[in-house]
Write a protein that binds this ligand. Structure first.
Ligand code: PEP
Length: 255
């Protein structure tokens, strides 16, 4: 049974103070929402304070990235155990901005996913095609490669715990949302590959969420698609009422 899963990706926005103010407002706005999993991903610096502000609420906290080693001489990197200790339960891995701007490959995504799981974090692992790949009709082949290589060696049980975020790169931060039909097709494909490669139980339990210009006025039509289990929200998650609206509009009978 998959409850709708709604996550806020703040990217490189919000100070510690701003994050705490947001969480304090959000927890009032969503305090009665029981049937939606709610997660916010602040910058590393605000994870601890945001997690403290969210303690004993229905709001979880995520990191936006992580390194795969437990510790060592890796200046500037953050280990999975460090963000967990700071209060994160989830971590975004392989966001298209990490892939495009920082050269992350599927192999790197795989190392990070494995390390995050080993530390007891739930990865929110991002996949999705670029505009050029879509125009060349390569969308499904790109998704296959990202699933196969990015989730290589995971057990069925680990796959079941993962959150997979389908984020078509052309829809991120552009105001251009995939239509419900486009999202539905990609999500159904992802689910069928998970079933084929990890088994029915993993495919049924794994959340596959959509990301790309999600807003309060389009979340409902996306969630009507049976394989769309929620959303990873960038721009529209920076303003607390807009994010709370998306959360409230995601309520539905559990699927
Ligand atoms: C994202 O950054 O993951 C994202 C989906 O951004 P936006 O909602 O702004 O398109």
């Amino acid at each position: 049974m998959r409850l709708p899963f709604i996550a806020a990706n703040w990217k490189m926005f919000k100070t510690v103070h701003e994050s705490v103010v947001f969480v304090k407002e959000l927890r009032l706005l969503v305090k009665d929402v029981e049937e939606v999993e709610i997660v916010i991903a602040p910058p590393f610096t605000a994870i601890h304070a945001a997690a403290e502000a969210a303690r004993n609420t229905n709001i979880g906290v995520a990191g936006q990235d992580v390194y795969w080693e437990r510790d060592g001489a890796f200046t500037g990197e953050i280990a999975p155990g460090m963000i967990k200790e700071a209060g994160a339960e989830y971590v975004i891995i392989g966001h298209s901005e990490r892939r495009r701007l920082f050269g992350e490959t599927d192999a790197i995504v795989n190392r990070k996913v494995v390390a995050a799981l080993a530390a007891g974090l739930t990865p929110i692992a991002c996949i999705g095609e670029t505009l050029e790949e879509r125009e060349r009709n390569e969308t499904l082949a790109v998704l296959d490669r990202q699933i196969k290589d990015g989730f290589d060696q995971l057990t069925a049980e680990q796959m079941a715990e993962l959150v997979v975020a389908y984020e078509p790169v052309w829809a991120i931060g552009t105001g251009r949302t995939a239509t419900a039909a486009q999202a539905g097709e990609a999500h159904a494909h992802i689910r069928s590959r998970l079933r084929q490669w990890f088994g029915a139980d993993a495919a049924d339990r794994c959340h596959v969420i959509y990301g790309g210009s999600v807003k309060p006025d389009n979340i409902r039509e996306l969630l009507v698609e049976p394989d769309v289990d929620g959303a990873l929200v960038g721009g529209a998650s920076l303003e607390v009422k807009s994010f709370a609206d998306i959360v409230s509009r995601s309520r539905r009978a559990a699927v």
